[in-house]
Design a protein around this ligand. Structure first.
Ligand code: HDE
Length: 711
């Protein structure tokens, strides 16, 4: 059941600007009703087309210009509307109105994305995910252009084009698509020790999320909050998903890319359509300005986190996504985010990566959306009216009355006039700065390994194994041996075990490097500036491991009910109702999509057939009860398909429920060979209950049994 979306001023604005074709006649762009949309105007039925056919020309011309350049990075994305609700006031720290009044609701538009792939690439690429949110506040648009990982590859914006060129498909043959597993990426990374912390995140399962709804969001940089008194705090932004942080297996990710390349987009869309609205807690880590230098890293360095054990994340609000866009292009494709879209009470820090971003985002919209009037596109409009003296330009839509477009003026009574601070006029935080003009990096940015170690040390055994395997996979695709060796040399600074495990599978030796440092100023003593090998102050952080995430809900989990003719309708329906009551989605899989006739004559309509989907598209499987159904499933036509389903789900550590009279399915599959206790394999015939199944799904996967399940 879809829930109400409430009063949302942004949706009201979009509604007033949108049209529907329902019950309407076809017209040209000039509003002329079209009488024939099948035939062009010709000189006789078989003759040439006439140039005067303005209807044909208009249609084809518009079509020829339908494409706009995709985003240089983050081209592949999915968006949704929603509401941000403040649950605790932040007025002590910031004067931003939308963060002051408890209960205040701010409309938002969120867009999640992969980074490297093109607009049509797979959702399940190993990649960072963008997590961009536009808050339509009364004081103007505020954009939090975040990622699902809290650090970044590089420390200075000037390296961004190099990073992106290295990860994108190689320039000579445009391969590989949406993948970092290639020479140029690892060549660059192996020469950039500052990327090592981010590489730990990218090689972890965080880079292959189960769902966009099960990802954390991080502002990455330190920003600043400024309160009414002008006092400032450094702030790091966090979004924590109510459903927990969960990922798929790499083998699964690759298979999903074939079975359903739109897996994440579909999952988000369907969750919202079915009223299972994704929710995140919004939190901040706050550091008073005077404590800036109290850490063993630099708050301005975007390759560092503030461990949650050092400064806890305080929760202040809830982000809920509750409406799908009406038109993908008009909304998700044309939305234009910018870390420089601010409201009073929020400001930047001097993070050199953030500083560079402040230039890039408007600049890119000019070539992507084609005009300085991109803010007038409905999805980008603020909910408060824009008043200024800017005029004209391509595709201008606002009709500003009067003669005046300059300031000062007397003809327009001085309007629009500057807003005083007390009226909400934006002022930059008055930070005292005195420096020498210099191209250099601060010595405080030089420790590249402590937090990479912290991340690696904080992972559970299965997470470490996945991370090692990811590195082995990626570096096996690298064809230049010296790049592999150099990268392994970098890993040795993080963890010797990690380096030797990876090296063994690559056939290279571990040589600990004195690594080249890109940030060395020309006149510096290189030995002094080389990255230090230090022990981090914080050695473990529970917050960094997905092992410690939410594992008590099966809401929105997709459970495949495999059945064939003769299934027991009563028992199956009972199981279905129970799982749906817990918020899960049950999808029926039949031998084909033709209806399945139960033993008592009840008809079930499958959403999928055994050939139209794969087990990787489900969180858990349930083999429906019924002797005849089992026999059908084990007939030669279906047997290999159904066993493949079960075996893959087993391999990927999922929960599987064998209903009554499915012992032969159990015995014929790999599950039948298991020689260990496995809480995620439930057999009704052994008296195990549905509750055990629900519990196992909520735990997501039995990653700790992965080795046993695959042996
Ligand atoms: Fe971006 N980034 N970025 N980025 N970024 C873009 O803007 C850029 C960085 C992020 O869903 C582009 O409109 C530079 C960090 C997201 O539309 C572009 C630097 C973080 C999105 C751009 C960075 C991000 C973008 C491409 C280093 C995490 C997608 C198209 C100085 C905090 C937003 C566009 C959406 C998009 C530039 C680094 C997040 C080219 C120069 C760090 C989520 O302007």
């Amino acid at each position: 059941m879809k829930k109400e979306q409430g009063n949302n001023p942004k949706l009201n604005q979009l509604e007033s600007l949108s049209t529907s074709n329902e019950n309407e006649m076809l017209t040209t762009n000039q509003g002329l009703k079209v009488n024939d949309n099948q035939n062009s105007l010709k000189d006789g039925e078989r003759g040439p087309t006439l140039l005067e056919d303005f209807i044909l020309r208009e249609k084809i011309t518009h079509f020829d210009h339908e494409r706009i350049p995709e985003r240089i990075v983050h081209a592949r994305g999915s968006g949704a509307h929603g509401i941000f609700k403040l649950t605790k006031s932040l007025s002590r720290y910031t004067k931003a109105k939308f963060l002051n009044e408890v209960g205040a609701e701010t409309p938002v538009f969120a867009r999640f994305s992969t980074v490297a792939g093109s607009r049509g690439s797979t959702d399940l690429a190993r990649d960072v995910r963008g997590f961009a949110i536009k808050f339509y506040t009364e004081e103007g648009n505020y954009d939090l252009v975040a990622n699902n990982m809290p650090v970044f590859f590089i420390q200075d914006a000037i390296k961004f084009p190099d990073l992106v060129h290295a990860v994108k498909p190689e320039p000579d043959n445009e391969m590989p698509q949406a993948a970092s597993a290639h020479n140029t990426f690892w060549d660059f990374i192996s020469l950039m020790p500052e990327s090592m912390h981010m590489i730990m995140w990218l090689m972890s399962d965080r880079a292959i999320p189960r769902s966009l709804r099960m990802m954390e969001g991080f502002g990455v940089h330190s920003f600043k909050f400024i309160n009414e008194e002008g006092k400032s705090h450094f702030v790091k932004f966090h979004f924590k998903p109510r459903l927990g942080v969960h990922s798929v297996a790499w083998d699964e990710a690759q298979k999903i890319s074939g079975a359903d390349p739109d897996f994440h987009r579909r999952d988000l869309w369907e969750a919202i359509e079915t009223g299972s609205f994704p929710e995140w807690d919004f939190g901040v880590q706050l550091v008073p300005e005077e404590d800036e230098h109290k850490f063993d890293f630099d708050l301005l360095d975007p390759t560092k986190i503030i461990p949650e054990e050092v400064i806890p994340v305080e929760i202040f609000g809830t982000l809920t996504l509750n409406k799908n866009p009406d038109n993908f292009f008009a909304e998700t494709e044309q939305v234009a985010f910018h870390p420089g879209h601010l409201v009073p009470g929020i400001d930047f820090s001097n993070d050199p990566l953030l500083q560079g971003r402040l230039f890039s985002y408007t600049d890119t919209q000019l070539s992507r959306l084609g005009s300085p009037n991109f803010h007038e596109i409905p999805i980008n409009r603020s909910v408060n009216t824009v008043h200024n003296n800017q005029r004209d330009g391509h595709m201008r839509q606002q009709i500003v009355k009067g003669k005046v477009s300059y300031e000062p003026n007397s003809i327009g009574n001085g309007c629009p006039f500057q807003a005083m601070m007390k009226d909400g006029g934006f002022t930059s935080h008055q930070e005292k700065i005195s420096g020498t003009k210099i191209r250099a990096r601060s010595q405080s940015f030089v420790d590249h390994y402590s937090q990479a170690k912290l991340f690696y040390n904080s992972q559970s055994a299965p997470e470490k194994r996945h991370l090692q395997n990811a590195l082995i996979f990626e570096l096996s695709k690298v064809t230049v041996p010296v790049i592999r060796e150099r990268l392994v040399g970098q890993l040795a600074f993080i963890d010797m075990d990690l380096a030797t495990t990876v090296a063994a599978k690559l056939g290279v030796k571990v040589t600990k490097l004195k690594e080249p440092n890109q940030s060395i100023p020309a006149d510096a003593d290189p030995t002094e500036l080389q990255s230090e090998e230090r022990e981090p102050q914080t050695k473990f952080s529970d917050a960094l491991s997905m092992e410690n995430t939410v594992k008590d809900t099966i809401k929105s989990r997709v459970i495949g009910f495999i059945m064939a003719d003769g299934v027991d309708a009563d028992m199956t329906t009972k199981l279905k109702v129970k799982l749906e009551k817990e918020g899960a989605q049950v999808q029926i899989i039949g031998p084909s999509v033709a209806s399945v006739k139960a033993a008592d004559g009840t008809l079930f309509i499958p959403r999928h057939s055994l050939t139209s989907t794969k087990s990787v598209c489900f969180d858990a499987l349930l083999l429906c009860p019924g002797e005849k159904s089992e026999k059908e499933l084990l007939n030669p036509e279906n047997k290999h398909l159904v066993l493949n389903f079960i075996n893959e789900a087993y391999k990927h550590c999922k929960a599987i429920y064998f209903g009554l009279d499915t012992d032969n399915l159990y015995a014929s599959s790999n599950v039948g060979n298991k020689k260990h206790e496995d809480p995620a394999i439930i057999k009704e015939s052994d008296g195990q209950s549905e509750d055990a199944f629900i519990n196992a799904i909520a735990k997501h996967r039995v990653w700790n049994l992965e080795v046993e399940r695959n042996s």
